[in-house]
Design a protein around this ligand. Structure first.
Ligand SMILES: [Zn+2]
Length: 163
């Protein structure tokens, strides 16, 4: 049995637009002032750290900067009609509305929906990948929570394979 410590950072904000789909329908286009926080679990390094707070915050900020002030497009949506054009994206909703987004305004995300759950999964996968590349890292678990607004958040957790 190994001791696991945890480190948590929060207060990373980003403002983005989206429309999530729900039961085959699409929300109107709108935005949120999101917040993201992360908890890392693992044993201590030789210097008695799990991970440097600043480093963890930097990884979150790096991911957040990819969606900041963008329209977040759920590229794997089973509901939206999505077409990638040379200049951007054309998105058709189930109700037949058509949107044309310039490429520079879109964060094309490999997720099924832009719910807080899927956004937490996207952040988690991204930050996890960066943590694995970190030489000192012995991180065993990463838990990311995305706040869509005050009092409502969703989370996703990734755990290292045993061994
Ligand atoms: Zn929303």
């Amino acid at each position: 049995m190994t001791n696991q410590f945890s480190v948590r950072v929060d207060g990373i904000r980003f403002a983005s637009a989206h429309f999530a789909t729900f039961r085959g329908r699409c929300e109107p286009l709108h935005g949120h002032s999101y917040q993201v926080e992360a908890q890392v679990e693992g044993p201590l390094t030789a210097d008695a750290w799990v991970i440097d707070f600043h480093e963890l915050k930097a990884l979150l900020r790096q991911a957040a900067s990819e969606v900041e002030h963008k329209f977040m497009l759920q590229c794997k949506s089973p509901v939206l009609g999505i077409e990638e054009l040379a200049a951007g994206w054309r998105v058709r909703t189930p109700a037949g509305l058509e949107y044309a987004f310039p490429a520079a305004d879109v964060a094309a995300l490999p997720i099924e929906n832009t719910t807080a759950e899927c956004l937490a999964q996207w952040f988690c996968t991204k930050v996890w990948g960066s943590l694995q590349k970190h030489s000192e890292s012995k991180v065993k678990a990463l838990f990311i929570e995305v706040w869509e607004g005050p009092g409502q958040k969703a989370g996703f957790r990734l755990t290292a394979e045993p061994g």
